[in-house]
Design a protein around this ligand. Structure first.
Ligand SMILES: Cc1ncc(COP(=O)(O)O)c(C=O)c1O
Length: 1011
């Protein structure tokens, strides 16, 4: 990619003529992008492909020989490079041009791959490492001398072109130019040097083009920039380009470098310059592009990567170069901050010399250590999230002691936007220790130091008054201690450089109004590199870079004389949890997602993993009124504390609950039975139906699921017809799913409703049918909304045959449908309505507490009362009923049915809009907050896109949103969030889904059949 003066100017016809006359090939030519040369793709009539390279007239023979030598050596060693097949020369007005016919490499440029996965980045690192190992032994004679793309000449390249860059962008270029001058230039000569490719940009790296499978690298192109230079530059150049379009480009650099290092180990000195070299390549690229653009405003190739380069530079600018260096070291498995372990060792060898930092009135009182972690059982979510709420409890337990908040603790308090990193991850892990004493308590220096800096931070939840002391003890490298949440007056008295003696009380704890709004405490932290900050330092860190932050801020336990008491215990790895699960839990229980989740807390529509990462829950409809809804929790707690017995004693709760529940249903449904699960409820519903009708058979919908009991597997085609199923029992009769998208009758019309209902009539004819059971809006069946009138007609048909209609509302009832409280009500029209004989409710009614119910008519209930007692140990106990009442209260008071209607409509609208842009979406359907997106590869055959649905669900999870897949063909995305889901949540879901729908895996198998 050197200067493009002397670029040839062949037309396509001329290229075809050249191929014919020089190489005897009859081909069709098309242009391939090139900056200094001209490249043509040649295709023969029998499909063979070649590349015709017409070199810049300034290209010399020696260099072309070098290219052939390098490519030959790499090909011999199995690297994916093109072979030189023929050569010739053409003379044009632009000069004499060398011409090469080279073999065609299949693949698409890495730049066009979405997303570039970590395995692919690692593949790139390994390929570059192998390339460098081979080129090391290739004679570099003929390499380009002094040219601006050699990282040896960054300064000159920038100085000669920066004038072309718009003025407002020059500061960014200068910053990285100066970084190069300060950190790379002085060490350049000592870096290992060899022949390198020097331009593995993302258009020069090819990837196998089968989008569906795990992709691998299939080619390295363009050997025109071969140069003898620092070998680390080669990997830095490639890493610079794969950082494009990423929120945090350094992540990609880390992945590429670590894989490189495993094949071709790098030295500490080389890693030290990587960050600057990555940025250097980018500033040279944007400057050259700006320079050339002035000369050739019409050349689009020049502008291709300019914007992405600027974006990457802006992101890199926010990362301190030394922090970047530590992250790179951590990626290689090295100690991130060199010397940090020594500091920790020095501290633990000198514990008997440290003064106590904060003292309580009773020096003998045992320290109190709080659990403020995401999984804490000590505090409720509000107390963990909102500073100040826990104050009373903190002071009660602190008494005359000092109490502590732990180091390395993932906390809910830091899950908000204010703690987002470049990649959107939250800095949830606390890397200091909190020491609680009331405002005004003196703070003592644990060892001699000088005031490095201080600052008063006014913003809410910041440090308030903050001081940093510098320590330079004998036998240890310098380190710092940070003191946050101090009184303004006490820090204001300090001056930089002021000596503070071991044990000296040098500042005081600030009150709530001065300390950022927290319960008075000291935030105490060790820092091994201040990253040039003054008066502040991050007190929380993101899980992804935790090893770097642990190295920057090791545990202060030893310095506080508390050893590991204030360290948060290690969090179990997902792997270890899976192993333990395999040991003791039946393997027929599945675990969701490719990357398993270790969820330790739920609050309203969010779930939190052990690191404090928040996941937007768009799939769990059981926590109907929100995970750990405080009202429900309180109701359960107070009733459990008071009484929980079985229904053989009289109690008001069961009566109140039965009254409230039946009030939401048509008047004839006025008798309740309370049980513990949807399965138990459906089993009881079958018993009621059989007792009432004296019949045995059941009519069910295709693909239906009604529970996990033996009796229900028998009526669940989803189970008996699926993997491991024993087939349909003779007493079960399956009728088609009223699916107006994929089924026999299309369109949401009354005619469809009638036609599907006729199947129930036919099935009931020859059977001894006690019941037709159906979900009002079938979920496992694929989130199907039945056509109008369907349930009304089907219910009539079963009654005509002497059976009853059981509405399974386990999934969709309780206001989820938005426009109706119960799913069966959706079937109603002005002219007809349906009242089931039995309604079954479960999941949402207990908000996670095991509670379910069967509601029926007095007549059916009386028929069931044949002398045999119905006893259920837990069903209907006072605590469960208290929960049920609280859920109903919450639905009413928070207007959650209306919320489901409004937010559901917005979500549905957004999904319909996505359907107009993404061919894979075949159908979007649903009611309220119960939605389905059916994916197909072909709109004519409706070929299901099951692998794509799984892929999308996994990718959504990786991006922090939980959905799942369902339907008999496993190709329906299922969305059924807690009812507290907001319009903003819906927007986030739609945005993320839109992005993932555009990824290669989703696009790979689509047939181009229009909708
Ligand atoms: C429609 C339907 N009915 C019944 C059940 C069984 O409920 P449970 O799992 O509480 O036994 C389920 C469970 O998924 C269901 O989806």
């Amino acid at each position: 990619m050197h200067d493009n003066t002397g670029r040839p100017d062949l037309s396509l016809e001329e290229a075809e003529n050249l191929a014919r006359t020089a190489f005897g090939l009859d081909t069709t030519a098309s242009y391939l992008p090139s900056y200094a040369d001209q490249n043509f793709k040649l295709k023969t009539t029998d499909g063979a492909k070649f590349v015709l390279k017409v070199f810049n007239s300034v290209e010399n023979d020696e260099n072309l020989d070098l290219q052939a030598r390098a490519m030959g050596a790499l090909a011999e060693n199995g690297l994916p490079v093109a072979a030189v097949l023929e050569r010739t020369v053409v003379t044009r007005e632009t000069g004499e041009h060398q011409v090469r016919l080279v073999s065609w490499l299949e693949g698409i440029p890495l730049a066009l791959v979405r997303p570039v996965s970590t395995p692919l980045l690692r593949d790139l690192g390994s390929m570059l490492a192998r390339t460098d190992l081979i080129l090391k032994d290739v004679d570099g004679t003929g390499g380009l001398g002094d040219f601006q793309w050699d990282l040896a000449h960054v300064r000159e390249a920038i100085d000669s072109s920066i004038g072309a860059v718009p003025e407002e962008k020059q500061a960014l270029v200068r910053y990285f130019r100066d970084l190069y001058v300060d950190t790379v230039a002085p060490n350049w000569e000592s870096l290992p040097s060899q022949l390198v490719h020097n331009d593995a940009n993302d258009y020069n790296v090819l990837v196998s083009s089968d989008k569906g499978e795990e992709r691998t690298l299939s080619g390295l192109l363009d050997f025109g920039d071969l140069v003898v230079s620092a070998r680390i530059g080669n990997v830095a150049i490639a890493a610079a380009y794969v950082g494009y379009h990423r929120e945090d480009p350094l992540d990609a650099v880390c992945a590429v470098l670590s894989a490189y290092h495993e094949v071709n180990p790098v030295s500490e000195a080389e890693v030290e310059v990587v960050f600057s070299l990555v940025a250097s390549r980018l500033i040279v690229s944007v400057c050259m592009s700006a320079y050339q653009q002035i000369k050739e405003p019409e050349n689009e190739y020049l502008a291709v990567s300019a914007q992405a380069g600027w974006d990457s530079l802006a992101a890199l600018r926010t990362i301190h170069p030394r922090l970047a260096h530590y992250r790179l070291r951590a990626a290689l498995g090295w100690e991130p901050v060199p010397g940090s372990i020594e500091v920790a060792e020095w501290i633990s060898n000198n514990t008997d010399t440290f003064a106590q930092v904060v003292l309580g009135p009773d020096p003998d009182a045992l320290p109190v250590v709080f659990d403020f972690s995401v999984a804490s059982l000590e505090f409720d979510p509000e107390a963990l999230c909102v500073p100040g709420v826990a104050a009373k409890e903190i002071w009660r337990r602190t008494g005359d002691a000092v109490s502590y908040g732990r180091w390395n603790e993932p906390r809910l308090a830091y899950t908000g936007d204010a703690y987002a990193t470049l990649s959107g991850e939250r800095r949830t892990i606390h890397i200091g220790v909190d020491l609680f004493r009331p405002a005004g308590a003196p703070v003592h220096a644990p060892l001699d130091g000088v005031v490095h800096s201080w600052c008063v931070h006014d913003a809410q939840y910041d440090y308030g008054g903050c001081v940093i002391l510098e320590h330079t003890p004998h036998g240890c490298q310098p380190f710092w201690t940070l003191y946050g949440h101090l009184s303004h007056e006490s820090v204001g008295k300090l001056s930089e450089g002021q000596k503070i003696a071991n044990g000296e009380a040098f500042v005081r704890l600030g009150p709530f109004e001065e300390n950022g709004g927290w319960v008075p405490h000291l935030h105490f932290q060790i820092v091994t590199d201040l990253l040039d900050l003054k008066g502040t330092f991050p007190g929380v860190a993101e899980p992804a870079s935790l090893s770097s932050w642990h190295s920057l801020s090791p545990s202060p336990g030893e310095l506080l004389g508390l050893g590991s008491l204030v360290d948060t215990p290690d969090r179990p790895s997902v792997e270890s949890l899976l192993e333990r699960r395999e040991e003791h839990i039946g393997s027929a229980l599945s675990v969701s997602y490719e990357n398993k989740l270790h969820i330790v807390r739920g609050y309203m529509q969010y779930l939190y993993d052990a690191e404090g990462r928040a996941f937007l829950d768009a799939v769990n409809n059981v926590p109907h009124v929100g995970h750990s809804n405080p009202r429900v929790v309180a109701a359960l707690h107070s009733q459990m504390r008071t009484l929980t017995t079985n229904t053989r004693y009289l109690h008001g709760n069961i009566l109140r609950y039965a009254q409230r529940l039946t009030a939401t249903l048509p008047a004839s449904l006025d008798v309740c039975y309370f049980v513990n699960s949807g399965s138990e409820a459906n089993d009881l519903a079958l018993r009621l139906a059989r007792a009432y009708t004296g019949k045995t058979d059941t009519i069910v919908l295709e693909g239906a699921y009604h529970g996990n009991l033996t009796s229900l597997i028998d009526i669940s085609p989803y189970k008996f017809g699926g993997a491991g199923g024993q087939g349909k029992p003779a007493t079960t009769h399956v009728v088609p799913m009223p699916d107006c998208y994929r089924g026999e009758f299309k369109g949401m019309t009354l005619q469809s409703g009638e036609a599907y209902a006729a199947f129930v009539r036919e099935a009931a004819k020859d059977a001894n049918s006690a019941a037709f059971i159906a979900e009002s809006v079938p979920g496992c069946g694929g989130q199907i909304v039945p056509p109008p009138g369907y349930l009304c007609r089907a219910a009539q048909h079963i009654r005509d045959a002497g059976g009853v209609f059981i509405a399974d509302e386990v999934q969709v009832g309780m206001g989820r449908a938005g426009s109706a409280f119960w799913g069966f009500e959706l079937s109603q029209s002005e002219s007809e309505s349906v009242v089931p004989d039995i309604v079954v409710v479960g999941k949402p009614i207990g908000n996670g507490h095991p509670l379910a119910a069967v509601i029926t008519t007095r007549e059916i209930a009386d028929a069931f009362d044949n002398g045999m007692e119905y006893f259920n140990t837990f069903g209907g106990n006072p605590a469960s009923c208290a929960v049920g009442l609280a859920v109903l209260d919450e639905i009413e008071d928070q207007n959650l049915q209306e919320n489901a209607r409004i937010v559901g409509a917005k979500l549905l609208q957004g999904l319909i809009e996505l359907k107009s842009r993404h061919s894979i979406i075949g159908d979007v359907r649903g009611v309220g907050l119960f939605l389905g997106v059916e994916l197909v590869r072909n709109h004519a055959t409706l070929q299901p896109a099951a692998a794509e649905a799984t892929y999308i669900s996994n990718r959504m999870r990786d991006d922090g949103i939980l959905i799942s897949t369902d339907g008999p063909l496993h190709n329906v995305l299922k969305i059924k969030p807690p009812m507290v889901f907001t319009a903003h949540n819906a927007e986030v879901l739609l945005r993320t889904l839109d992005k993932i729908l555009s990824e290669d895996f989703v696009q790979a198998r689509l047939s181009l059949v229009s909708k």
